[in-house]
Design a protein around this ligand. Structure first.
Ligand SMILES: Cc1cc2nc3c(=O)[nH]c(=O)nc-3n(C[C@H](O)[C@H](O)[C@H](O)COP(=O)(O)OP(=O)(O)OC[C@H]3O[C@@H](n4cnc5c(N)ncnc54)[C@H](O)[C@@H]3O)c2cc1C
Length: 275
């Protein structure tokens, strides 16, 4: 089974800080990691390969340093890595990112399955998997937490819903987005990791021409959305502590609540206290 895994290198934090002047993400001083959901995507592919044979290609779009994510993927068990890196790809919104990744998958050509993480911890949109599937006209199953059965032409999987699970049989090739419940990702093997960091490692860097796209269709130019302003909403809470255990303290609290937006809650509180 030939599997393509899409992996994103992200800053190792869920508390993304923005430069108040430029609105850009502050990446300085932040360690980069493989997006956590993508480790589960890689583990899914590696376990399938162990059972069924085949080849795993890890693909990432990002700056040159994203090669580290691909080396780690090779260390875990991927057979080769492709880094989509070109200044033309910079500033891509999810539409342009999905188009670029979709073109890369088309350029790779032969595959039975594409696996993505459900969501990236920085961009956080969870749009890439579904959009790549749509571009490639592939059936897609999102939120996958278990693979029950694989035949030559189909795959039976379980997907997580808010209040249960859904069991789906889909034709292959297909695209899955997986969640953490799926598996426990293995650590990279040290020998494989050293090999993956050598010059001869099977990692290729592709630019716009390699995937046959024009610069007007990718990156900022190919994006349908443009960020006008990015800001963190101001959140101010003015706390006040009323001290003491007397009835007067409770009355003071009720007076304050009556003057505030919590008037309904206040009525309920008043009747509960029988004041
Ligand atoms: C309007 C707009 C403008 C943007 N401008 C910029 C910008 O100027 N510079 C910038 O760096 N970012 C920019 N971004 C963010 C960038 O578009 C997203 O990071 C990117 O499209 C992926 O979306 P996401 O992070 O929400 O991934 P999700 O959809 O949450 O990711 C789901 C899965 O898709 C796969 N995936 C996602 N991204 C990649 C990738 N790059 N390579 C391989 N697999 C991947 C992974 O398997 C991941 O788990 C912009 C986003 C928007 C909406």
């Amino acid at each position: 089974m030939n599997i393509i895994v899409l992996i994103k290198q992200v800053p190792n934090t869920t508390e993304v800080k923005l430069d108040p002047k430029t609105g850009n993400l502050i990446r300085e001083g932040l360690e980069s990691i493989i997006n956590p959901d993508d480790l589960h995507a890689l583990e899914t592919a590696i376990s399938l390969k162990e059972r069924l044979g085949g080849k795993i290609t890890a693909v990432s779009m990002g700056p040159p340093q994203a090669v580290d994510a691909l080396s780690e993927a090779l260390g875990m068990g991927a057979d080769r890595g492709i880094l989509l890196s070109d200044s033309a790809f910079a500033g891509a919104d999810t539409w342009a990112t999905s188009f670029t990744l979709g073109r890369a998958v088309e350029t790779i050509g032969t595959y039975d399955l594409v696996v993505c993480g459900r969501q990236a911890i920085d961009g956080d949109t969870a749009q890439i998997g579904p959009q790549v599937a749509d571009y490639l006209k592939l059936p897609q199953v999102t939120y996958v937490c278990r693979i029950e059965k694989v035949t030559k032409k189909t795959m039976t999987v379980h997907r997580r819903l808010e209040d249960g699970y859904e069991r789906i049989r889909c034709p292959l090739p297909a695209l899955l987005t997986v969640i953490g419940e799926m598996n426990t990702p293995r650590y990279p093997d040290v020998g494989r990791l050293i090999g993956a960091c050598r010059e001869k490692a099977p990692i290729k860097i592709w630019n716009a021409a390699d995937i046959g796209v024009e610069t007007k269709d990718v990156g900022l130019q190919g994006s349908l959305t443009h960020v006008i302003r990015t800001f963190a909403p101001k959140f101010e809470r003015q706390g006040e502590i009323l001290e003491g255990h007397t009835e007067q303290v409770v009355r003071d609290l009720i007076d304050r609540l009556k003057k505030s937006e919590g008037a309904t809650a206040c009525k309920a509180f008043e009747s509960t206290c029988k004041l």
